[in-house]
Design a protein around this ligand. Sequence first.
Ligand code: ARG
Length: 462
Amino acid sequence: MALWGGRFQGGSSQMFRQVNDSLPFDQILASQDIRGSIIWSRAIARAGVLSDEEQARMERALKGLLVRAEAGELDFAGSQEEDIHSFVEAALIDELGDLARKLHTGRSRNDQVATDFRLWVKEHCAQLQQDLRQLHRSLVKSAERHQQVILPGYTHLQRAQPLRYPHWCLAYVEMFKRDMGRLDDLMRRMDQCPLGSGALAGTTYAIDRQEIAEQLGFASPCLNSLDAVSDRDYVLELLFCASTSMMHLSRMAEDMIFFNSGEAGFLRLGDQVTSGSSLMPQKKNPDALELIRGKCGRVFGSLQGLLVTMKGLPLAYNKDMQEDKEGAFDAVNQWHICLMIACEVVDSVELDAARCAQAAQQGYANATELADYLVGKGVPFRTAHDISGQVVLAALAEGKAIEELPLEQLRGFSDLIEEDVYQVLQLEYLVDKRNVLGGTGKAPVTAALQQELASIDIKQNP
Ligand code: ARG
């Protein structure tokens, strides 16, 4: 039976129920709803609405429901209830009869759903932090396994300057650390409890909101009842965190899809994260990475969808806000899945060091080095850039690398060029010269890697 039947003479239409009922998706909030109800029963008992004996019976029954909810034993499919709040109340009435009808005293589904959803978001932030830590670990371990590999770095997808592979890994580590930081910020900001705000204006019962907040694990109560029931910023922020992190995952996926292509051939992916073609027997496709890239669409869509839903809503609660859930549940699930599969992909990667080095050597990645060599001999950089460009043009015409041109020919472009230029043009030399903090040289990369290795040890084996 609906929670609001008294004022109505006719029932709801089938079509109305289809658009209105949220139980098919908000059943996910069962355990949060029951835990909130336990704490609420304590609060109203303190306010004199329930005797201690009544509260104890109610708490016992709710705890029984909680056990069944966590074991997945509640029968949502067979229920006619509108949403998870009515479902829990109806289940309690089944068990306790009239006593259960006292539970909703002073409470509204508006503060109830806001509390349930906050609890759910908090719990999932913690789970996602753990997922991000796992990916952090996978990337750092991959960097450690392939410390010596040098591969081409790109701008405009044109070979630009060579990089150490760990430098590439640690670039993504920085992004995922920021994602963790964003979740930290969100968790701190949203750590306020709406329960006790009533429908919109607060409640007349003498409840202790501070105590309710503490018992539900929040740092403090929300300070304004109107805002408490209307606010969905924490869902939007979570969706922004998910979107940004999915964007990072997608860029990493795109890099790896390219590295894995026949043209680049820098890395091989494990069988466990790839699939074949039904027609072309030779194919091994990077499906896991493509799906990470592909799933960004729906996650970004959920963020956009909720922003649009919220933007025209007058205070306080409006039923539009029921649309906050499905997109968020899906986005969090997809983000979690993508983080986990990204770990598997990174763990499965095997690098072809020779192929990476060969590609890094080609493409005139050492042209900047030649210019810098001339700068070292007193040539202004702009002039040196021009000379080096002419050398590249001549080498291109002969289909050779710069270092394959004989000294005599190089001296034709500048007589400041001497035998020592060949050492400067070598791959390792030019990579390791980038020794500035944050650069790709061996020293800064090793230092950064050691730091990350220490941090995963601290975080994961405290
Ligand atoms: N199912 C609703 C939601 O998810 C619960 C709140 C209903 N409140 C109300 N006044 N009808 O938003």
